[in-house]
Ligand binder design. Structure first.
Ligand code: MG
Length: 412
């Protein structure tokens, strides 16, 4: 069942203060938004991702929102959260039967929580992750301050600050039936459509889509949330977030390295494609696909670092699916496999060996193309060209070769 993820990141974080938008704050070395998006891009149940961003970021999104291993669209958010979600819903793949919505400000939702929420929604139509209340819950209302001589059975004053109007308890709720809503929240397509229509029709504002679904008359299942799935709302939350990120980063410290090598014959009448970029050349590389030695070497390095075999295992040259395929697509598929193992690419370094032409003028375009597929910034993709000094087949211009090394890290 195809599932689209919507990441609601359209807010400006008015409770956060400071110059940087909350969703772009860095926690444990990665932006909050990057972490939230990666949790869904890397999830095996998710087919595509739509991110609703403030207009000024949507027009020039960060590199981790460009390309990557799954279709990822960026839309401008709206005035209210539900407007952002409606915009994103409009950009979701029309084949998706289920939509899962997540707050960008919750960077630590686990893959298991996402899977459980999706499973509950596919059964019941709608589901929301929620934590059962641990503290006793009081309902309060603002007290109208009375002069002390008026009566002595005045309600209990919880706050006695002179400037603040105090709150008083009007009710104590049974804790067992109180749930604190988180995201992800997941909906069958028709249920979300009905919820958003209801909001438009009735002029309702809601802080989450589950509330709209409830009010539109749908059953919403509660799924056990996670205490670590915190919502970063104020600067103070960053301290807790750093601690959670630090705790999860341990297995990533060592990283995993992989090496890749590729060689193709150079012949007349073939294009020369390197890192997805067509290089003007008298001769091109001979091969089943586009014979892109850069992508092939990087694909092997990435697969090798994850101990997932090699390019020939996953993309055999007798398989018609890869006939004339762009090798960027092969690399994208390899990155997907690596993501499914809980790993992601940290950086790659590539050496291309050929006598001519010089590739220097094309290196920047190649770095950008490869980085987009790896879902990383171009400054983590290095490409160097050299000749073989006229020695051997490569030196005689009969072949082109590339070496690549990739470092993977945990995507937790
Ligand atoms: Mg090859």
């Amino acid at each position: 069942m195809p599932v689209t993820a919507i990441i609601a990141a359209g807010g400006r974080g008015t409770r956060f203060g400071g110059g940087t938008l909350k969703q772009l704050q860095v926690v444990g070395g990665r932006a909050i938004l990057e972490r939230s998006v990666a949790a869904f891009v890397n999830h095996p149940a998710i087919a595509d991702v739509v991110v609703a961003l403030p207009r000024e970021i949507a027009s020039d999104p960060p590199a981790y929102l460009r390309g990557g291993s799954k279709p990822l669209r960026v839309v401008a958010g709206g005035e209210r959260r539900q407007d952002s979600v409606a915009n994103a819903f409009g950009a979701a793949d029309s084949k998706s039967d289920l939509i899962v919505i997540h707050d960008a400000a919750r960077p630590f939702a686990s893959a298991d929580l996402i899977a459980r929420t999706i499973a509950a929604a596919s059964e019941s139509g709608a589901a929301v992750a929620a934590l059962q209340a641990r503290d006793t819950v009081k309902v309060g209302e603002l007290m109208v301050r009375r002069a002390h001589h008026e009566r002595n059975d005045a309600p209990l004053i919880l706050s006695s600050s002179k400037d603040e109007q105090p709150w008083v308890v009007t009710q104590t709720l049974p804790r067992a039936s109180i749930f604190l809503a988180q995201t992800p929240q997941a909906f069958r397509r028709d249920v979300l459509e009905a919820a958003l229509d209801y909001a438009t029709r009735e002029g309702v504002d809601a802080t989450d889509e589950a509330a709209l679904a409830e009010r539109a008359g749908h059953v919403v299942r509660l799924v056990d949330g996670e205490a670590s799935n915190i919502k970063i709302t104020t600067i103070d939350d960053l301290i807790v977030a750093e601690a959670i990120a630090g705790g999860r980063a341990k297995p990533a410290r060592t990283g995993r390295a992989g090496i890749g090598y590729d060689l193709h014959r150079l012949v007349d009448g073939r294009p020369l494609i390197l890192g997805g970029v067509a290089i003007p050349s008298e001769r091109g590389a001979l091969g089943h696909s586009d014979a892109d030695v850069v992508c092939h070497a990087v694909t092997d390095a990435v697969l090798g670092a994850a101990c997932l075999g090699d390019i020939g295992t996953h993309f055999p040259d007798h398989d018609p699916r890869w006939q004339d395929a762009s090798s960027l697509d092969l690399l994208r598929a390899a990155v997907s496999l690596v993501h499914a193992q809980g790993l992601e690419v940290g950086n790659v370094d590539i050496t291309v060996i050929l006598e001519r032409p010089k590739i220097k003028a094309h290196v920047e375009a190649m770095r950008r193309a490869v980085a987009a597929v790896l879902g990383i910034e171009p400054d983590r993709v290095s490409i160097k060209g050299k000749t073989n000094e006229g020695v051997d087949a490569v030196g005689r211009g009969e072949a082109i070769a590339a070496h690549a090394i990739a470092l993977l890290r945990s995507n937790a």
